[in-house]
Design a protein around this ligand. Structure first.
Ligand code: GP9
Ligand code: MN
Length: 687
C-alpha cells in the first residue's frame, strides 16, 4: 500500500504526472458540466461516446502548451490555461442558464447588450454548485504552493511537447471523423450550436465560432450603404403592379402560416392502393375559397427548413452554403414579416415542437420581431410524445391551442410541423396507410408520415372552425422543401409511375404546395410560376400593408406583370418557357433544346440566367454585408432585439398582462373560458 502511494507521489512529482492529473481533472469536470448544466439532447450511444471524448483533444492541446516551457514557468502556465478554460466553462454555465445558448466571442463583442439582456441579476442566476468548476484549479495551486507536489525542474526535449500536440491533433481528427459519421455536414450546415458542443466540445465551438465571426465581420466591415444601390435598382426594375382584385382583401385578419414539413406537391391527390394519402389537405386545396398554386417551387439550399423560413418571412434567399439563420440570424438587421405586422398592431408568434436552439431560431426570431416563440419548453412531453426532431404533429397542434387562444387578435401565427421528416419513421399505432413498395426503405415510409401530418392538419382545422377562427383568419399553407431527395431517382420514378426520371423531371419534382385560404377569397388553381421568395410580397399585398419601399427580392404572385423565372439556390431555374439545369436547357414540354434554340430564344434564356444570377447574388450581398442596417423603410421601426424574451415563466406572465390590456384574444372573448376542450384528436398517446 505504502509503496503504491509513494509511486503515485513520485509520479505526480514529475511534469508528465502533474500534466496528466490536471488533464484528467479538467476532463472529468468538463464532462460533468456538459451533463449537469446544459441540455444537449444526447440521443444515441455514439453521441454519448463523443460527449465523453470531446473535452480531451483541446484539453491536451491547451494544457500541453505548458510543456514547451520548463521549471516553474511550465507549471504556472498550465495553471493559467486551466484557469482560463474553467472561467470559460463558468461563463458558459451562466450564459446558458439565461439564454439556452453558448457564449462566443461574437456575442461578447457585439453586445454590451449581454448584460442589459440579463433579466435576472448575477446573484439570481448563479447556483453555488457552479463554483465547483474552479475547485480543481484551487486544489492544484495549493498543492504546488505548499510543495506537496514538487516542481520537476529537469530540462525538456522539444520532441516531447511536440508529440503531445500531435496527439491532440490526432485525437481531434478522430473526434471529427466520428462526429461527421453520426451527423454528416455538421460544420458546413451548422444546424445548431448545441450540436457543435455536443459533438466537438465547448472550446472547439468557441474557436470555430470566433473564426466564422472573424470571416463574417471582415465582409460586413467592407460593405457600405452604396452597395444598396444595385439592390434598389433591381427592385425598381422588377416592381409589379398590385392586383386590385386581391389587394387588401385580408386586411385585419388573423394569419396562420402552416408549415408542412418536407411536403411535396405530388402528394396532392396522390393515392396508395386507391386510398388518398392526404384527404384533408386535398380538400383544402380545391376549396372554392382557397387560392392554390400548382407551379410553386421550394428554393432551399443546405439550410433546408431555415432557408424556407428565411425566404418566406424576409423575401431573401438562404446562402450558397450553411444557413442565414445560424450564421447571421443573431447579428444582422432584418425587416421581416413578423416585425412589419407587429408594427401594424398584430400579435406575432411562432410554434414548434423542437428545441428552440435548432436553426438558431431562438435568436433569429428575435431579430425578425417575433413577440412569442413557443418551442419545446412550452409543451408537455412524455417518452412516446416525440419522434425524430420533436413532438408529434397531433400532440403539437393540440397543445398549441392553449397559447393560440391567448394571443390578442389580430395575430400572425406560424406553426412548424415536424413529424413528416426524413427518415419518415412513425410508430405502429399512428400508421393509418400502407407504405409504398418501391423497395427504397427511406422513401416508402414517406406516405405514412404525410398521412399522419394530414390527419393532424384535419384536426387542427376542425378546431379552428369550432373556435370561430376559421372565418376570421387567412390560412396560408406551404411545403418547406422536398422530402425525397434526388438520390432516390429509381423510387421517384416508381412513385410518379414513370420508367425513369431525368433532370427536368427532378426539377418539376421540387414543387411544393402553396395555398391561401380565406372566407370570401376568390379561390382556384393559379398556374403562375413562383417560389418561396415570393410569399412575403404576396401576403403583404393581401393584407393591404404598404409594401412599396421595402427590400424584398420576390414579387407578388397575384400580380399580372411579374417575372415568372424561379431560381433554385444553385443558379438553375424553371419558368413557363424554359428550364435550365446546369448547362442544359429544356422547353416547356421537358425536351432538351440546348442545341436547338433560335437566336431570340437564346436571348431569352440569357436574360433569365442574368435575372437569376443577379437575384441570388444580391441576396447574398444583403445578408453577408448586413446591408439592411443601412436602410429603413418608411413606416418601419428598426427591431430592438433586446426587447424580446422567450423564457417560459416571463412569457406566461406577459401573456396574462397583454390580454388584460388588449382583451381581444379568443380566450378573453370567450369570457375567460378555455377553448381547449373544443379540440378533438384521436392521438393514441392520449388514450
Ligand atoms: C427542426 C426542423 C427540421 O427543428 O425544423 O429542419 P430540416 O431538417 O427540415 O431543415
Ligand atoms: Mn424541413
Amino acid at each position: 500500500m505504502r509503496s503504491v502511494l509513494r509511486k503515485v507521489r513520485d509520479g505526480l512529482n514529475t511534469r508528465t504526472g502533474f500534466f496528466v492529473l490536471t488533464l484528467v481533472l479538467f476532463w472529468i469536470k468538463t464532462y460533468a458540466v456538459y451533463v449537469n448544466k446544459f441540455s444537449l439532447g444526447i440521443t444515441n450511444s455514439a453521441q454519448k461516446l463523443l460527449l465523453i471524448l470531446n473535452p480531451l483533444p483541446l484539453g491536451i492541446l491547451l494544457l500541453g502548451i505548458a510543456l514547451y516551457f520548463r521549471g516553474k514557468k511550465s507549471y504556472w502556465i498550465m495553471m493559467i490555461m486551466d484557469l482560463l478554460a474553467s472561467l470559460w466553462l463558468f461563463a458558459n454555465i451562466l450564459y446558458y442558464r439565461e439564454f439556452s445558448d453558448f457564449l462566443s466571442l461574437g456575442i461578447i463583442k457585439s453586445s454590451g447588450s449581454v448584460s442589459n439582456n440579463l433579466t435576472l441579476s448575477i446573484g439570481e442566476i448563479l447556483h453555488a454548485s457552479d463554483l465547483l468548476v474552479f475547485l480543481d484549479v484551487i486544489v492544484l495551486v495549493l498543492l504546488l504552493a505548499f510543495k506537496i507536489i514538487k516542481i520537476d525542474k529537469r530540462p525538456v526535449k522539444y520532441r516531447y511537447p511536440l508529440g503531445i500536440t500531435g496527439l491532440a491533433c490526432a485525437l481531434f481528427a478522430v473526434n471529427l471523423g466520428l462526429a461527421e459519421k453520426d451527423r454528416p455536414q455538421l460544420l458546413t450546415r451548422t444546424f445548431d450550436n448545441n450540436y457543435i458542443v455536443k459533438y466537438l466540445g465547448l472550446n472547439f465551438y468557441a474557436g470555430y465560432n470566433a473564426y466564422q465571426t472573424h470571416k463574417q465581420s471582415a465582409t460586413r466591415a467592407s460593405a457600405s450603404s452604396s452597395d444598396l444601390d444595385q439592390v434598389l435598382k433591381f427592385i425598381k426594375e422588377n416592381k409589379t403592379e398590385v392586383n386590385p382584385e386581391y389587394y387588401g382583401k385580408a386586411k385585419g385578419k388573423n394569419v396562420f402560416v402552416f408549415h408542412l414539413e418536407s411536403f411535396q406537391q405530388f402528394m396532392i391527390n396522390y393515392k396508395v392502393n386507391g386510398k388518398e394519402v392526404t384527404p384533408n389537405i386535398n380538400k383544402f386545396y380545391s376549396d372554392q375559397n382557397t387560392l392554390s398554386f400548382d407551379n410553386f417551387y421550394h428554393q432551399v439550399g443546405q439550410g433546408k427548413t431555415s432557408d424556407a423560413e428565411t425566404m418566406l418571412e424576409n423575401s431573401l434567399y438562404g446562402l450558397p452554403s450553411g444557413s442565414v439563420m445560424t450564421s447571421y440570424g443573431t447579428s444582422n438587421t432584418f425587416q421581416a414579416m413578423p416585425a412589419i405586422l407587429d408594427q401594424q398592431g398584430y400579435t406575432t408568434a411562432a410554434f414548434h415542437g423542437d428545441v428552440g436552439s435548432f436553426w438558431n431560431r431562438d435568436n433569429t426570431y428575435k431579430s425578425w420581431g417575433y413577440q412569442y416563440f413557443f418551442s419545446e419548453d412550452y409543451y408537455k412531453n412524455k417518452t412516446n410524445y416525440s419522434i425524430g426532431y420533436g413532438l408529434k404533429d397531433k400532440l403539437f397542434l393540440q397543445q398549441s391551442v392553449k397559447y393560440i387562444e391567448q394571443l390578442p387578435q389580430p395575430f400572425y401565427a406560424k406553426l412548424i410541423t415536424v413529424t413528416n421528416h426524413y427518415p419518415y419513421e412513425l410508430d405502429k399505432q399512428n400508421q393509418t396507410i400502407e407504405k409504398t413498395t418501391t423497395g427504397d426503405s427511406t422513401v416508402d415510409g414517406y406516405v405514412q408520415t404525410a398521412k399522419y401530418l394530414d390527419d393532424a392538419f384535419g384536426e387542427f382545422i376542425a378546431y379552428l372552425q369550432k373556435a370561430g377562427l376559421y372565418d376570421n383568419s387567412m390560412i396560408v399553407m406551404y411545403g418547406d422543401h422536398y422530402g425525397i431527395s434526388n438520390n432516390h431517382k429509381k423510387a421517384i420514378a416508381q412513385l410518379l409511375g414513370k420508367e425513369s426520371v431525368n433532370s427536368y423531371d427532378l426539377a418539376q419534382f421540387q414543387k411544393v404546395p402553396f395555398m391561401i385560404h380565406m372566407d370570401g377569397l376568390k379561390g382556384g388553381i393559379d398556374h403562375t410560376y413562383g417560389g418561396e421568395i415570393d410569399v412575403m410580397p404576396t401576403l403583404l399585398d393581401l393584407l393591404g400593408i404598404k409594401n412599396t419601399d421595402t427590400i424584398q427580392l420576390g414579387n407578388d404572385l397575384l400580380a399580372k406583370d411579374r417575372n415568372q423565372t424561379v431560381a433554385f439556390r444553385n443558379g438553375d431555374f424553371v419558368s413557363p418557357t424554359f428550364t435550365k439545369i446546369g448547362s442544359t436547357i429544356y422547353n416547356d414540354k421537358g425536351e432538351n433544346v440546348t442545341d436547338k434554340l433560335t437566336a431570340e430564344q437564346k436571348q431569352e434564356v440569357k436574360a433569365q440566367t442574368a435575372f437569376v444570377d443577379e437575384q441570388l447574388s444580391l441576396s447574398d450581398k444583403i445578408v453577408t454585408g448586413d446591408l439592411l442596417r443601412f436602410y429603413t423603410p418608411s413606416d418601419f421601426k428598426k427591431v430592438d432585439k433586446t426587447q424580446y424574451n422567450y423564457k417560459y415563466s416571463d412569457v406566461m406572465k406577459q401573456l396574462k398582462e397583454t390580454q388584460k390590456k388588449t382583451p381581444t384574444s379568443v380566450l378573453m372573448k370567450n369570457n375567460g373560458k378555455s377553448t381547449q376542450d373544443l379540440y378533438a384528436t384521436d392521438a393514441p398517446e392520449l388514450k
